[in-house]
Ligand binder design. Structure first.
Ligand SMILES: Nc1ncnc2c1ncn2[C@@H]1O[C@H](COP(=O)(O)OP(=O)(O)OP(=O)(O)O)[C@@H](O)[C@H]1O
Length: 349
């Protein structure tokens, strides 16, 4: 598949203050990409540059090979064939749902507009709400109307800025899956901006971690989770902590948590000092025996699907463990620590 969107060495600035720096990535036809990053890292600025609302300070943006943004020219948003969904939905309050959806449909007869509005309402599963006004809709329904409006003009690329941030957790999960299905059904590409890792993992085919205006890593959710290139990326896509380690053999590392054995050899030399990034789900409290590293249960938080423990080592350091099964340990109990790392994440010491 060919590249639909290609961003090359892109920098964006407000009044000479650089916000986004040297960002490069490309997405293919039909691919959903996510830009994930903390608040203020430049996600919206980058998205607005893609949409043509902001000029670029360096680099370029191409759609299907055509340059739409460079330092010398910016193709206006309405000529880019892009649909945009904003964080606050930005529906027109004085227009009905049907008129909101039809708003961007120029050069179409009334009958054509009606047909498109109906098919969009079917697509976003709101077939009976065409006459309602935005204030008569729930947040999730408003978001669906915003999506229908963005898709009505058949864009080649859909841009979404924090589309689910105003919804509660349950709705956010449900709608992100549904929006993914709708985008896939339309066969178009999309760039979704979010600070929510779970949402990014659910909706995207590929994602980039943006921090301090720079793209830290680009890849699938699995590759970012299991093969992060930096501690910053590792922490951004899930919990975890760094532990000093010394490599004893190809697949054996001595750490503060004890001797860890891995299924696959690490490409390390004996006695090499490393840092191991270990996620709470890889650590479990067990009944203490001499063979284990000792710890004391500091706290226990039952969350339904799993229980999170804070365990204090003899050194005073506290580590998190996340276990799915119900264990009998209470606060104050002395336990052993078991570590089962399936895919070790190793950084230089
Ligand atoms: N119009 C503007 N003029 C000057 N500075 C701006 C402007 N818009 C945003 N900024 C600054 O650019 C930086 C990045 O903002 P941006 O909105 O792109 O971040 P973000 O990652 O989308 O954050 P959030 O998740 O909070 O929306 C911030 O420091 C912000 O204050």
């Amino acid at each position: 598949m060919s590249s639909l969107l290609s961003v090359e060495s892109l920098s964006c600035a407000y009044a000479n203050h650089v916000i986004v720096e040297g960002v490069s990535f490309s997405i293919r036809e039909g691919e959903i990409a996510c830009l994930l990053g903390p608040s203020g890292c430049g996600k919206t600025t980058l998205l607005r540059a893609l949409a043509g609302f902001n000029p670029v300070a360096a680099g370029s943006i191409r759609i299907q090979g055509q340059e739409v943004s460079s330092t010398s020219a910016t193709l206006p948003p309405e000529k880019r064939q892009m649909g945009m969904v904003f964080q606050d939905y930005a529906l027109f309050p004085h227009l009905s749902v049907a008129d909101n959806i039809a708003f961007g449909l120029k050069n179409k007869s009334r009958a054509e507009k009606n047909e498109i509005v109906l098919s969009m309402l079917q697509l976003v599963r709101l077939p009976d709400l065409s006459k309602r006004f935005p204030h008569e809709l729930s947040g999730g329904q408003q978001q669906r109307v915003a999506l229908a409006r963005a898709l009505a003009s058949r864009p080649r690329l859909l841009l979404m800025d924090e589309p689910f941030s105003n919804l509660d957790t349950e709705m956010r999960k449900e709608l992100s899956l549904e929006v993914r299905d709708i985008i896939k059904q339309q066969g178009i590409a999309a760039v979704v901006v979010t600070h929510d890792q779970e949402e990014a993992f659910v909706i995207s085919d590929v994602l980039g971690i943006l921090a301090d205006g720079k793209l830290q890593q680009w890849g699938t959710a699995e590759s970012l989770y299991y093969r992060p290139e930096s501690v910053q990326v590792a922490k951004f896509v899930g919990d975890g902590e760094l532990f000093d380690g010394t490599c004893l053999a190809e697949a054996r590392v001595e750490t503060e948590l004890g001797l860890l054995e891995f299924a696959e050899p690490l490409s390390l030399s004996p006695q090499q000092a490393i840092k191991l990034f270990i996620r709470p789900a890889d650590i479990s409290p067990v009944v203490y025996s001499e063979a284990h590293t000792k710890a004391q249960v500091l706290s226990r938080e039952f969350m339904g699907e799993a229980t999170r423990y804070r365990l204090q080592l003899d050194s005073g350091r506290a580590v998190s463990a996340l276990v799915r099964e119900l264990l009998p340990f209470k606060i104050g109990d002395v336990v052993g620590i078991e570590v089962a790392v399936h895919r070790p994440i190793v950084f230089p010491a």
